[in-house]
Design a protein around this ligand. Structure first.
Ligand SMILES: C[S@@+](CC[C@H](N)C(=O)[O-])C[C@H]1O[C@@H](n2cnc3c(N)ncnc32)[C@H](O)[C@@H]1O
Length: 283
């Protein structure tokens, strides 16, 4: 379950806006995101320059746009996902629009303000649950444009309807945070409170009561993946990044869903963070 708000946020002395307090693994998530945003810039340029189309970055769980790494000494403060994407895109081919949403209006405001401070003006702030704002986002975007969404909830409260609404745009690639830890820890609760129905509608088809919990959660993931592939016609990259916490337990998986083979190829190339000379430029 999500932590209480007061443990997750604090005031940033630099600008008086809220900033997150996050685990060190967020840094790697943003590194992968930045590398993907950079690697995919040629496709954005083509859509912008050759086809005259819009390219957008969509982040419906955007948070405040800045975070301190919990326990870092000296203190390390990093961009949030939308800022990280915008900053790296500005060095190659910027997105033409940024759609940033969150359940919490203060966080949407903070993220939008920080994006503006980078000189970005084409920002659509969206307040509300992602399964609602996803429909708003889809209706605002160029249906023939090239779009990229980060779908990054805290936990497995990830309605499939959100992914489906974003996926109604033909060229919407999605990088999805799938909370494998939550699925293990809260499996029974998720069954009881309907979150599992929302995450993977029809999941009952995938499991048998004789399966162990771990086998059940793997079966749920495989079923969720099949929904992306069969219902939404996405290709899910085999390169699923398994993000671990300090104790070594898997916290979440990063899953790339796309409808063009280039996206999967790029993700395969950039998601491995073993040191490369290129890494230096992402700071
Ligand atoms: C993991 S944080 C996002 C971090 C951000 N993407 C980053 O990397 O900087 C998840 C965010 O989702 C928001 N949130 C929680 N439930 C939500 C929902 N149903 N719809 C939209 N946002 C939600 C929280 O307020 C929080 O800011």
């Amino acid at each position: 379950m999500a932590k209480p708000k007061n443990e997750q946020y604090e005031v940033d002395p630099c600008d008086g806006l809220p900033r997150g307090v996050v685990g060190a693994w967020s840094y790697d998530k943003h590194q992968r995101l930045k590398r993907y945003v950079y690697a995919s810039h040629g496709a954005r340029r083509k859509y912008r320059d050759d086809y005259g189309r819009e390219t957008s970055f969509v982040d419906l769980y955007c948070g405040p746009g800045r975070a301190r790494i919990r326990g870092s000494v000296p203190e390390e403060v990093i961009d949030g996902s939308a800022l990280a994407a915008a900053r790296i895109a500005s060095t190659c081919t910027p997105y033409s629009r940024y759609l940033v949403g969150d359940l919490d209006p203060d966080l949407v405001m903070a993220c939008s303000t920080r994006l503006r401070s980078l000189g970005i003006s084409a920002i659509d702030p969206l307040v509300g649950p992602a399964n609602k704002t996803a429909n708003m986002a889809a209706s605002k975007l160029d249906p023939r444009g090239l779009h990229f969404a980060l779908v990054d909830p805290f936990n497995a409260d990830l309605p499939f309807a959100t992914i489906e609404a974003l996926g109604s745009l033909a060229k919407m690639d999605q990088l999805i945070h799938f909370s494998i830890m939550d699925l293990r820890r809260n499996f029974q609760r998720m069954k009881d409170d309907g979150r599992l129905d929302s995450l993977a509608p029809g999941w009952q088809l995938a499991i048998k009561s004789t399966m162990s919990i771990d086998t059940q959660r793997m079966a749920i993931f495989a079923y969720w993946r099949s929904l992306l592939e069969k219902r939404l016609r996405y290709t899910v990259s085999d390169k699923i990044v398994k993000v671990r916490g300090p104790q070594g337990a898997e916290i979440y998986w990063l899953v790339l869903a796309s409808r063009h083979p280039l996206a999967g190829r790029l993700w395969k190339e950039v998601s491995d963070l073993s040191p490369t000379p290129q890494r230096e430029m992402f700071g």
